[in-house]
Write a protein of this length. Structure first.
Length: 207
């Protein structure tokens, strides 16, 4: 799609922002469609199942219950090594801190004209009373989510479930601030009891 294409509002503002994904190289496949076609279908009905502990005979002072770790070498990484791109630390942390919840964060521009939607992987609960969450938003420039939160002081967090995972992934597309991701995802913003915007429909929980 051409950056000069007019959007649904009929203006000539760009609908594509600078490609940040090229630096991260999140998709290493030359032909992702072929790679995905070779995999088994997704099983929606899979559920958690109770099992025994890894070592039911473990005693105090017993240490690790498996020796498999001895077959692997320890690698030391200096996050501030000269010439090391910050994106390498990002990729290291998202691949080693797992599983991680993904927050689907909705915000609104200060002029109230555009509703923004973005999945945030650096997200976690902090304390229960009062219920607080943390969001980590970094980069050389403020992204739409951070800019909107600083301007309005409001956001809504929806939890990402497997039945909306494709829609949540589409919300990560790097659009300019005046383009709403809601229409791209097919999700519908529902008015909350506190904020007047942005609770995602079809999700399991919003805050």
């Amino acid at each position: 799609m051409s950056p000069a294409t007019a959007n649904s509002l009929g203006d000539a503002l760009p609908i594509e922002a600078v490609d940040k994904e090229a630096l991260i190289n999140r998709n290493p496949y030359e032909d992702f469609e072929a790679a995905q076609a070779s995999r088994p279908g997704y099983r929606y009905n899979d559920a958690w199942a109770l099992s025994k502990a890894p070592d039911t005979e473990w005693k105090v002072g017993g240490g690790a219950s498996s020796e498999d770790w001895k077959a692997h070498s320890l690698i030391s990484i200096d996050p501030f090594e000269e010439g090391r791109a910050p994106v390498m630390n990002y990729k290291l942390m998202i691949s080693t801190t797992v599983p991680r919840p993904i927050a689907l964060v909705s915000t609104r521009t200060a002029d109230g004209k555009t509703n923004n939607l973005a999945p945030i992987s650096y997200f976690q609960n902090v304390v229960a009373d009062p219920p607080l969450y943390s969001l980590s938003l970094t980069g050389k420039q403020q992204n739409d989510t951070l800019r909107n939160v600083l301007a309005t002081g409001e956001l809504c967090i929806s939890m990402t479930s497997d039945w909306i995972v494709e829609a949540a992934n589409m919300a990560s597309v790097n659009t300019p601030p005046h383009i709403s991701e809601w229409e791209l995802t097919g999700l519908t913003p529902l008015a909350g009891e506190v904020q007047g915007f942005g609770r995602a429909d079809r999700n399991a929980r919003s805050r």
